[in-house]
Design a protein around this ligand. Structure first.
Ligand code: ZN
Length: 270
């Protein structure tokens, strides 16, 4: 079983507008080709013709048993109304988690303005995912996306579950410490490459991840995710297959941790 906790329905090749239904069909095709049982779709912090809103992704995926939504929130632009809408979705169980984009937007995750968002996450017991590490766009400011800042949030909100996306790459050692130290912190391995892994980079990342697992003990905090369509699903599965890890631990990473954290009913997947 495979659960991909990090995919998007955004269109990153912005020459033409691709409809949300076409993006969804592509996602389903890719999942099927790679034996992925379930994907979480993360919406963006901004809404454009290439980046559908949480509302439209919820509408497009309603009733699908293998796709769930994680709602992106804009630190700079969120309004009362957005939060009200979001609590409605959380109440109805239409949103499985929240996502913030430090780095892409200039804020530190421990900013007081986010207390209202964290309170919502705690009330509905959904994890908050944070973009972490390098930004896809050179316009991002990476001091904001350093994983070390999430330690403050983890300590100040012990009831809140946190996911450090992209294992904080390239600050994997810092991510490793925040995960190791705080019981409420997880990390996903998505977005490590653009497209497919090259052999050299695959080897390098394999070593880094194995180090992380060695340091943190059991990989009960690591989550499988790709960042598709930025990264290829097939290439990621090949990467996972190459990891020097016993099968039961690999299973934790591939779906068990995610099913528990995001409360995914795996019985309805097969
Ligand atoms: Zn992403």
């Amino acid at each position: 079983m495979i659960i991909d906790v990090h995919t998007h329905l955004n269109n990153y090749h912005e020459e033409r507008v691709v409809s949300i239904d076409d993006c969804l069909a592509n996602l389903h095709r890719e999942m099927k080709a790679n034996g992925v049982a379930c994907s979480l779709v993360l919406t963006s912090y901004k809404v454009t013709e290439h980046r559908p809103s949480t509302k439209s992704v919820i509408e497009a995926t309603r009733g699908m048993k293998d796709i769930f939504v994680v709602a992106g929130i804009s630190y700079l632009n969120y309004t009362e109304k957005d939060l009200r809408e979001l609590s409605g979705y959380l109440e109805e169980g239409l949103v499985k988690g929240l996502k913030l984009y430090p780095g892409y937007e200039p804020f530190y995750p421990y900013d007081k303005r986010l207390k209202v968002v964290y309170d919502l996450a705690i009330e509905y017991d959904v994890p908050v995912m944070f973009h972490s590490g390098d930004t896809y766009s050179p316009k991002g400011k990476v001091r904001f996306s350093h994983p070390i800042h999430l330690d403050d949030v983890a300590v100040d909100y012990p009831e809140m579950k946190i996911v450090i996306c992209h294992v904080g790459n390239p600050w994997i050692v810092d991510c490793m410490e925040v995960v190791y130290k705080n019981e409420n912190v997880y990390a996903d391995i998505s977005g490590l490459v653009l497209g497919d892994f090259s052999d050299k980079f695959e080897k390098y990342m394999k070593t880094k991840l194995e180090e992380m697992i060695l340091f943190t003990g059991e990989p009960k905090y690591l989550l499988y995710g790709t960042d598709w369509p930025i990264c290829g699903m097939g290439s990621y599965i090949k990467f996972m297959n190459g990891l020097d890890l016993p099968d039961d631990k690999k299973e934790l990473m591939m779906w068990k941790n995610a099913a528990e954290l995001f409360k995914i009913d795996v019985a309805s997947l097969s």
